[in-house]
Design a protein around this ligand. Structure first.
Ligand code: SF4
Length: 223
């Protein structure tokens, strides 16, 4: 029997028991995903109370190094997973998008907790983004306020399953098209998303045309 059914060995290939510890028959996809899923390095940053639970998950009691994730990287260039752990404020989102852009492919995002997933208890707040997925793509959402360390571990395992299901034939980072960076939002009097500039311009033109129409009507009535 294979001692590690989730390991490198591809199911369906019989290997004699005496060779089982030394020989594996596998596919390129499986060895590629097996090595990546067991060395997903998270980026070392936290945003709010959820970050305390993330820190607990890294500490000795829960210890996510058991899943090959102990090397938290302070540089986005060396990180594979961004764990968005906490409230995403409008002041913080430009930095989050910039860090995401600086991560090398393949890269993944986990939205940890109610705030990162949808704004949480601060959803209607003037300073809060209602979900980090408004700006960057999220691979795994973890519910809770805050999620427990066990829930974060479950989310990380869900991400490993997602990696298991990828294939070299169609992963985006080996595609012919360059992957465009996400435009970094601009924080002015309010948060401006550069992807919406065309829409905002169109809206402003409509408003200006409407105001012109009203002014002309008033002028005609006055004459
Ligand atoms: S989801 Fe709850 S625990 Fe997590 S950052 Fe928001 S308020 Fe804090």
């Amino acid at each position: 029997m294979n001692p590690n059914p989730d390991g490198l060995q591809s199911p369906g290939y019989k290997i004699s028991p005496e060779l089982n510890a030394n020989v594996s028959i596998t596919t390129l996809d499986r060895i590629y995903n097996w090595s990546r899923r067991n060395s997903l390095w998270p980026m070392m940053f936290g945003l709010a109370c959820c970050a305390i639970e993330m820190i607990c998950t890294a500490a000795s009691r829960y210890d996510f190094s058991r899943f090959g994730m102990e090397v938290m990287r302070a540089s986005p260039r060396q990180a594979d997973v961004m764990i968005v752990s906490g409230t995403v404020t409008k002041k913080m989102i430009p930095q989050i998008v910039r860090l995401y852009n600086q991560m090398a492919e393949p890269k993944y995002v986990i939205a940890m907790g109610a705030c990162a997933s949808g704004g949480g208890p601060f959803k209607e707040g003037y300073n809060v983004v209602s979900g980090v997925d408004k700006f960057i793509p999220v691979d795994v959402y973890i519910p809770g306020c805050p999620p427990t360390p066990q829930a974060l571990l479950n989310g990380l395992i869900a991400l490993q399953h997602k990696v298991d299901g990828e294939s070299l034939r169609n992963v985006r980072w080996y595609g012919k098209e360059a992957i465009p960076a996400i435009p970094v939002p601009v924080l002015g009097p309010d948060l401006m998303d550069p992807r919406l500039y065309a829409h905002i311009r169109e809206y402003e033109q409509q408003q200006a045309a409407q105001a012109d129409g009203v002014a002309q009507d008033e002028a005609q009535e006055g004459a």
